[in-house]
Design a protein around this ligand. Structure first.
Ligand code: NAD
Ligand code: MG
Length: 396
């Protein structure tokens, strides 16, 4: 009988968070230590009743209502905390072994960093926190002995295709044997929609992804292909590769989740049905394996796997992501901040779909980028980029 490992799930009420709990329910040796939500107290309460964590965090105190009382009555061993500082507390607590970072957007930055500073096993879904803090994040992870386990399906696929010795030290080794990486992209719901016809796209259409069921922000990112731009930056940091060594290929079936090209011409790919429980389970069990609950892959039934070049004219966000990756420094901070503001405005009906890329491009052009930033300047530039993006949205 092995000791159970204690897990904090940051953003447990979201898409990745609930998939993580589905996996944990079937795992014998994982105990839920803390669950966190932004405002969804109903779902947080249900999760606490089922998983009995030591802490529940509701970030927005005004949304708590009678949550403390309800917990007292139905899950008395769970202590309620509120406020953003509570996220860092449950991410770095000395009793925690693993943290699933599944908050969406820059709101997850401080807690992701707190987990790596505490030297934990960080299961990273919250790509925005890595995109924002870049080399600072990777250096902090290395100097504090944190273990990074990529949960984004493409990065998890690449990780699985790396030699074990590299898996233990991603980011801090140069990969002499690796020629390049190919990230696959489904192409989202508008893969075959010409740019001119994208103007009338609605939030409901953009959030209807053909392969994956995800939160609204990442669904829009997939529709603009900014998601792949962010993932390119994410891959460059995690695997210590220049952006030129990271290709993107459209693969509409989403069966191959990414590949590593070695110098002898061998290409290793990871395949699975498109189901986030697969990378989540991989991260939770690593370096072992355990069941994920996904259906078995049936290639004969799928019949064929298609690939094609991405069209950066149709998807300018992919080009902007690559340019920000090449520029480095705080360019990814500006890219991410402007994108978050633009996507939120689009979802609220205040900005057109094709204008998302325009706002980001203008923000990148207007705000000068700095090299190798510290946390204070990252937060400052993030704030400035959000402010400018809001003005740009307002002007439209
Ligand atoms: P989601 O919108 O479904 O859930 C977001 C979670 O974050 C919720 O629990 C919410 O309460 C919490 N949250 C939102 N704003 C917050 C704030 N200001 N402070 C604290 N908590 C806050 O999002 P998701 O689809 O689960 O995605 C989560 C992260 O995982 C994103 O970074 C996304 O890019 C990444 N990711 C998701 C998928 C997927 O299949 N959904 C796949 C790969 C990567
Ligand atoms: Mg992904």
């Amino acid at each position: 009988m092995t000791d159970s490992r204690k897990l904090t799930i940051l953003g447990s009420t979201g898409s990745v968070g609930t998939s993580t709990l589905q996996v944990v329910k079937e795992a014998e040796d994982i105990e839920v230590f803390a669950l966190t939500a932004h405002t969804n107290r109903g779902r947080l309460l249900e999760q606490c009743q089922q998983f009995r964590p030591r802490f529940a965090v509701l970030v927005e105190p005004d949304a708590a209502g009678d949550l403390a009382q309800a917990l007292q009555q139905t899950a008395p061993n769970t202590e309620l905390l509120t406020g953003t500082e509570a996220l860092c507390r449950v991410a770095s607590h000395s009793d925690v072994d693993m943290i699933m970072a599944a908050i969406v957007g820059g709101a997850g930055l401080e807690s992701s960093l707190a987990a790596v500073e505490a030297g934990k096993h960080l299961l990273l879904a919250n790509k925005e926190s890595l995109v924002m803090s870049g080399s600072l994040f990777m250096e902090t992870a290395q100097s504090h002995g944190a273990t990074l386990l990529p949960i984004d399906s493409e990065h998890n696929a690449v990780f699985q295709c790396l030699p074990t010795a590299l898996q233990q030290h991603i980011g801090d080794r140069s990969h002499a044997d690796i020629e390049k990486i190919t990230l696959t992209a489904s192409g989202g719901p508008f893969l075959d929609l010409p740019l001119a016809e994208q103007t009338g796209v609605t939030p409901a259409q953009a959030c209807k992804h053909p392969r994956w069921s995800m939160g609204r922000k990442i669904s829009v990112d997939s529709a603009t292909m900014m998601n792949k731009g962010l993932e390119l930056i994410e891959a460059s940091l995690l695997f210590n590769l220049p952006p030129e060594k990271i290709d993107v290929v459209i693969h509409p079936q989403s069966i191959i989740h990414s590949m590593v090209h070695y110098l002898d011409g061998s290409v290793l790919a990871q395949m699975a049905n498109p189901d986030m429980r697969v990378p989540i389970t991989h991260g939770l069990a690593w370096p072992q394996r355990m069941p994920s609950g996904t259906t078995a892959l049936d290639l004969a039934e799928i019949g064929r796997l298609d690939f094609r070049e991405p069209d950066t004219e149709r998807f300018p966000c992919l080009r902007l992501g690559r340019e920000a990756a090449q520029q480095g420094g705080t360019a990814p901070v500006i890219l991410n901040a402007a994108n978050e503001v633009a996507v939120a405005a689009f979802l609220e009906g205040r900005l057109g779909f094709v204008e998302i890329a325009q706002v980001i491009e203008q923000a990148l052009a207007e705000i000068p980028s700095e090299a190798a930033p510290r946390l204070e300047s990252i937060l400052e530039i993030d704030g400035a980029a959000r402010k400018l993006a809001r003005e740009l949205v307002g002007n439209r």
